[in-house]
Write a protein that binds this ligand. Structure first.
Ligand code: FES
Length: 148
């Protein structure tokens, strides 16, 4: 008689709880790895970070790059025969962090293959513009890097 009062499929508390747990586990399984990858590729937030970064000049060999943080953002300092240059490390296409490839003397973006010269000029790939320059000064054996 009770079935006549409730037409349609029978919903139990156990069934609702099981479906909810399965949905939560599915979301965690899908979002967890995506969140970790996004945190790796995206630049950090700028809040409260140092505006200037110093590195020792003698630790920077010819055609070597050193990764720095300026205002919480990743950047690089590169020593070339002509100058010591600094560039922002976030690709101008979609913001992935570029990698310095010393053997090719270029910055390479692993996301879509963007390529930049040591001074940030565009060499190839889908990038819309150069890597922004950072202010670099050399004083008393130190390279001081800041936001231009
Ligand atoms: Fe760098 Fe696309 S994010 S090439």
């Amino acid at each position: 008689m009770e079935d006549e009062k409730r037409p349609g499929p029978r919903v139990t508390r156990r069934g609702v709880l099981g479906t909810g747990l399965a949905a939560a586990a599915g979301c965690a399984g899908l979002l967890g790895p995506g969140f970790v990858i996004a945190r790796y590729l995206a630049p950090a937030a700028a809040g409260g970070a140092a505006a200037l970064t110093e590195i020792p000049l003698d630790g920077l060999g010819m055609w070597q790059a050193q990764r720095v943080q300026v205002r919480g953002r990743p950047g690089f300092v590169v020593r070339t025969p002509d100058a010591i240059v600094g560039v922002d490390g976030a690709c101008t296409h979609l913001g992935c962090i570029v990698h310095w490839q010393q053997s090719r003397r270029i910055f390479f973006c692993p996301c879509h293959g963007g390529r930049f010269a040591p001074d940030g000029r565009v060499l190839g790939g889908p990038v819309p513009g150069p890597l922004p320059a950072l202010d670099v000064t050399v004083s008393r054996g130190k390279v001081v890097v800041g936001k231009a």
